[in-house]
Design a binder for this molecule. Structure first.
Ligand SMILES: Nc1nc2c(ncn2[C@@H]2O[C@H](COP(=O)(O)OP(=O)(O)OP(=O)(O)O)[C@@H](O)[C@H]2O)c(=O)[nH]1
Ligand SMILES: [Mg+2]
Length: 222
């Protein structure tokens, strides 16, 4: 394309949709801090995007895949690995926030409650938390554990990117069925709500869905 051809592009087209030219928003993201309680949260960034999901769903791996880094966020086979809220700053200044997974059984009841309280407060009260990346194992789809956080975002009309991850574990037919199940679950919330959710079939391992996720996130931080 010649430089002059650029003038031919419709002006309203957001840069995030310019195929092949998008700089991944999490590229060169850097770890800022981890918080285990409210007082440890960093000063408000212009925008924060939280990665939430069940324990072991693949949140940290998704962040690494989007950042094109092997070990930015700490991913592990051991469930419950991410034990604090970890903040990564993108080039644009926005934070990508890796949340500890919910539903991890092997912690004491008391620890669990303190944790859930902190997480819940972060998700419901953090003023600059503008969007959610809900990471769900495609084989499980949207579970009852995902619903509270999903509903908080739907109710407040904040956008959601649902990464149906580990899709490398299923064949094509199983993936189609799983995605149809996810769509059905979302439609329970009504078409208006479901419209605020973008579903992307994802695999950190097979590097599937990464660019589609980049585009959604770029649209949020633009
Ligand atoms: N096959 C496959 N495995 C994955 C994928 N994403 C993550 N995993 C694996 O799933 C396990 C959990 O991944 P994490 O990224 O640590 O999951 P998490 O949601 O951050 O887990 P917690 O921090 O414990 O809540 C690890 O063994 C990963 O290698 C994927 O797309 N495909
Ligand atoms: Mg993690």
């Amino acid at each position: 394309m010649q430089p002059n051809d650029l003038r031919e592009l419709p002006e309203e087209k957001p840069p995030a949709q310019t195929a092949g030219q998008l700089i991944p928003p999490l590229l060169e993201a850097v770890f800022v801090t981890g918080a285990a309680q409210w007082a440890q949260l960093p000063p408000l960034a212009p925008i924060e995007i939280a990665f939430a999901g069940r324990s072991n769903a693949g949140k940290s791996s998704a962040i690494n895949a989007l950042a094109r880094r092997a070990r930015l966020a700490f991913a592990s086979r051991t469930p419950g690995r991410t034990q604090q809220i970890n903040f990564f700053q993108m080039r644009c200044g926005a934070y990508a926030v890796d949340l500890p997974g919910y539903g991890y059984a092997a912690v004491t009841r008391q620890t669990k409650n303190v944790w859930q309280d902190f997480l819940w407060r972060y998700v419901t009260e953090r003023q600059t938390l503008t969007a959610l990346v809900l990471v769900a194992d495609i084989r499980r789809g949207i579970t009852d554990m995902d619903r509270p956080v999903l509903e908080v975002f739907l109710r407040s009309s904040r956008p959601v990117l649902l990464l149906a991850t580990k899709s490398d574990k299923l064949n094509l037919q199983e993936r189609r069925r799983a995605l149809a199940d996810i769509d059905r679950t979302l439609r329970e919330y009504g078409d208006g709500c479901a419209a605020g959710v973008t579903v992307v079939e994802f695999s950190a391992t097979a590097r599937r869905g990464i660019e589609a996720a980049d585009k959604v996130i770029a649209g949020w931080v633009a």
